[in-house]
Design a protein around this ligand. Structure first.
Ligand code: S3P
Length: 171
């Protein structure tokens, strides 16, 4: 049983959701993908939320969801890439759990990025991703308790993540 919430942060396309889902299965702990959780409750997709309520509306839902989920039993929570850029969200993460950064080099992300379902990247995926990478990485690094490098085989990164969960967080 995990001894606290584990928040996975990192850039869009860094592997937070895929790694988190698989790692949770391996260690037998709950897994929540914050964006999917929001989509289910809103009944519409993230691009539709952006269209209907703007980015500000989405950010309010994101903070609301995060606040709610801190009260659920400890598990792995994969965040959207922008969640860590908000001070309130960072406080929630620090107070209720530990933050693991999935650190994937921007060149790697670009090889298989799905920009269609990411409204912030839609116009100019490569340019915008590089811009966000430069803006966000310092904040992610400062916030993270552990950094998991994801620049090789998925399985190797997964093994590393599982080891960290077991050794540091008693999963
Ligand atoms: C966002 C990333 C997305 C999603 C939303 C905003 C961001 O999640 O939360 O489109 O600000 O980087 P992923 O990191 O899973 O792409």
């Amino acid at each position: 049983m995990l001894n606290r919430q584990i928040f996975l942060t990192g850039m869009p396309g860094s592997g937070k959701s895929a790694l988190g889902r698989r790692a949770a299965k391996e260690v037998g702990t709950p897994f929540i993908d914050l964006d999917s959780w929001i989509e289910e409750r809103a009944g519409i997709s993230i691009p539709e939320i952006f269209e209907k309520y703007g980015e500000a509306g989405f950010r309010r839902m994101e903070t609301g969801a995060l606040t709610f989920l801190t009260r659920t039993p400890p598990g792995i929570i994969a965040l959207g890439g922008g969640a860590a850029m908000n001070e309130v969200n960072r406080k929630i993460m620090r107070n209720y759990g530990s933050v693991l950064l999935i650190d994937r080099p921007v060149e790697r992300i670009l090889t298989d990025l799905d920009a269609e379902n990411r409204p912030l990247l839609k116009e100019d995926p490569e340019g915008k991703l590089r811009e966000l990478y430069d803006q966000r990485m310092p904040t992610y690094r400062q916030l993270a308790d552990v950094t998991i490098r994801n620049d090789g085989e998925f399985q190797a990164t997964l093994n590393l993540l599982v080891r960290v969960l077991k050794e540091r967080y008693h999963a």
